[in-house]
Design a protein around this ligand. Structure first.
Ligand code: PXP
Length: 384
């Protein structure tokens, strides 16, 4: 199975080749075409207009064209898919989609054409073709890396408990309810000052969480020892200041590479994958790769707190570019902080992000509608 990707587009939009290759390979597998070769060509509108004129007598660009291989071709070549990045980017912007999410849709459309389906032949053919596209999209989404998953942070249930210093409400019960509602992971932050989550919570959660327990923590020796002993399914290292209300920014990985390499090494040795909570910044992403992190969690706080549309757009673009850069480096990508029922959809649509970690907004809503409904509603948003 080979995907020959040629990029003849040199415009302003950056395209992640690794992502398109990964998606193409997954699509060939899903359509039982693993024995085939596929050529994928990225061009601009000018070149697309020329192709569209030559082959379809239409003097304008289009988003995607497919050229099936002739039957007498010697190699097992399925054909060529040609995409205009100019048109794809324009459409993505108009429809408020991420460019790579839209490219995925166009790739599916192009491939289904190559497999012999044609929506222009008849209504029945169109129905068949669109059903297959939907199916492929769904299957792709179910693969890791393509549909964002929802992990629920239950710190704020503990905050409420600690306000009275009694045993209710219990974050352990909340975690179980969140899992029953479809969360794929539970996140708790064991702070050095133990202001919300307590040692007892983490110990019990280690026994009861059925999905995945992600222990958020500062890189302090006391907490490291607890993590190494409890062995959560993963840890997320965050900067921790006693005076902050919540984690205020990403970890400065670049300035503490030696220390983090050591901590990550110890965690990995104990079989615990490490995620680093970082700002969407190139230097931090590269440093995260250098120190051996498996995941980065991109800090979405500045996007969530933006006070104007322009600022939010700027912050969104930073997150999107950071996710793409991390993906190219082979890091796995989560994101979180400040995400709510309004601002999550856009972040969830960034195709490189595997998981969102959301706490406050879901627990705030749960006060009115219950944990089950609050988690389910957020999960729907994540599905897109
Ligand atoms: N990710 C990290 C690293 C965090 O520190 C927090 C806050 O505890 C979250 C995600 C969740 O943020 P929020 O509670 O705003 O959804």
């Amino acid at each position: 199975m080979t995907v020959l990707l040629r990029n003849e587009y040199h415009g302003p939009h950056h395209v992640c080749h690794t992502y398109l290759q990964d998606i193409s390979v997954a699509l060939l597998t899903l359509t039982s075409s693993s024995d085939k070769e596929l050529s994928l060509l990225l061009i601009n509108d000018e070149a697309m207009t020329l192709l569209n004129q030559t082959w379809r007598h239409k003097n304008k660009p289009t988003n995607v064209l497919s050229f099936p291989m002739e039957d007498n071709e010697p190699v097992a070549m399925l054909g060529d898919i040609v995409i205009s990045i100019d048109t794809a980017a324009r459409q993505a912007k108009e429809q408020q989609l991420s460019l790579h999410g839209h490219l995925r849709t166009l790739l599916i459309h192009g491939l289904v054409h190559l497999l012999g389906y044609d929506h222009e032949r008849s209504d029945k053919d169109a129905q068949k073709m669109f059903a297959l596209e939907k199916n492929l999209s769904l299957h792709l989404n179910q693969r890791r890396n393509t549909m964002v998953q929802l992990a629920i942070n239950v710190d704020h249930v503990a905050t409420l408990r600690q306000a009275r210093g009694i045993t209710e409400p219990d974050p352990v019960t909340a975690a179980a309810m969140a899992e029953l509602a479809g969360a794929v992971g539970i996140v708790v932050h064991l702070r050095e000052d133990r202001r919300h989550i307590q040692d007892r919570d983490v110990r019990i959660l280690r026994e009861t969480v059925q999905t995945k327990l992600n222990l958020e923590m500062g890189a302090a020796e006391e907490i490291i020892a607890i993590a190494l002993d409890l062995k959560p399914d993963m840890v997320t290292l965050v900067p921790e200041k006693r005076e902050e209300l919540t984690t205020e920014g990403g970890l400065d990985v670049a300035s503490q590479k030696e220390k983090l390499t050591d901590v990550i090494g110890r965690m990995e040795k104990a079989g615990i994958p490490v995620s680093l909570f970082i700002d969407p910044d190139s230097a931090q992403i590269n440093a995260s790769k250098e120190v051996g992190a498996t995941f980065v969690e991109i800090h979405t706080g500045r996007y969530a707190d933006a006070t104007s549309e322009e600022e939010q757009e700027e912050e969104f673009q930073l997150i999107s570019a950071a996710a793409e850069e991390a993906y190219e480096l082979g890091l796995r990508i989560n994101a979180g902080h400040g995400l709510n029922y309004i601002n999550t959809a856009r972040v969830a649509a960034i195709p490189f992000i595997e998981e969102l970690s959301i706490g406050h907004a879901v627990m705030a809503r749960a006060i009115y509608v219950g944990i089950d409904q609050a988690v389910r509603e957020m999960k729907e948003i994540c599905k897109g």
